[in-house]
Design a protein around this ligand. Structure first.
Ligand code: C5P
Length: 238
């Protein structure tokens, strides 16, 4: 079974050349990376291939959400790319999440990528849930419910904000991967629920995703190492 790395650097760059150049220029060889929609929709599987050749562990963050059959077949193709972690939206329901896992197993058996379910995006808050999605419940309630659906579906873990990592870790057998990470003096950007690496670790996150805090730092490598150390040290102490 694949494993989750402690820190994934979100490669939120407009094209592959810029992303690979950034990694090279800042000495970030072989660090675990997250490839999201922006990069994948531009470059397709070739960026995954190039990153794999350079030894990166890859979380392919495409957040699938479609009918179960489509998701199963799409997951078969993603597993063939040899990525380490993939994800779906829990809002797609249990049948869809089960189909996602089935597709991964059909392609890769026990060597399949880890499957995560996105609960509530970290850019959303209660106001959005109530006014736009007409969900009359707190973010924590919604995340907890999606966590239960993820367990029922045989998903390995969830994506949630640090604020809900604790409640996810109180459930059985679910990994918690948390984006929305900021250094204490950093800009929040569009993220509504943010936390530092230390707090993420204290709250029980198994892994953090960090994009802009590294990409836009004056010294990206030093910032990456600082974040990794802060997260891991805290892990060892707790
Ligand atoms: O720049 P920042 O650290 O906010 O980047 C967070 C990354 O994590 C982005 O690539 C975003 O797509 C992703 N993400 C998120 N919230 C989720 C799932 C993924 O912010 N629930």
């Amino acid at each position: 079974m694949k494993k989750l790395e402690p820190v994934y650097f979100a490669l939120d760059f407009e094209d592959g050349e810029t992303a690979l150049q950034f990694l090279k220029e800042h000495g970030l060889h072989g660090i675990p990376v997250k490839v999201g929609m922006e990069l994948f929709y531009r470059e397709g599987p070739s960026i995954v291939k190039q990153l794999k050749e350079q030894g990166h562990n890859i979380f392919l963050d495409l957040k699938l959400h479609d009918i179960p059959e489509t998701v199963r077949r799409a997951m078969r193709n993603l597993a063939h790319l040899g990525v380490d972690v993939v994800n779906v939206h829990a809002q797609g329901g249990t049948e869809m999440m089960k189909a996602a896992r089935k597709g991964l197993e059909e392609a890769s058996g026990d060597a399949r990528p880890l499957l995560l379910a996105v609960t509530v995006l970290t850019s959303m808050d209660r106001r959005v849930l109530e006014k736009e999605l007409r969900l009359d419940r707190s973010v924590a309630d919604a995340v907890s419910h999606y966590g239960d659906l993820a367990i029922e579906s045989g998903v390995d873990g969830v994506v949630c904000s640090v604020e809900e990592a604790g409640l996810i870790k109180r459930k059985e057998k679910l990994l918690a991967l948390t984006p929305g990470i900021r250094l204490s003096d950093g800009d929040r950007h569009d993220q509504k629920r943010v936390a530092t690496p230390e707090v993420a670790s204290d709250q029980g996150s198994d892994s953090i995703v960090v994009g802009r805090a590294i990409r836009d730092a004056k010294h990206p490598k030093a910032t990456y190492l600082h974040i990794k150390e802060a997260f891991e040290n805290e892990l060892h102490h707790s």
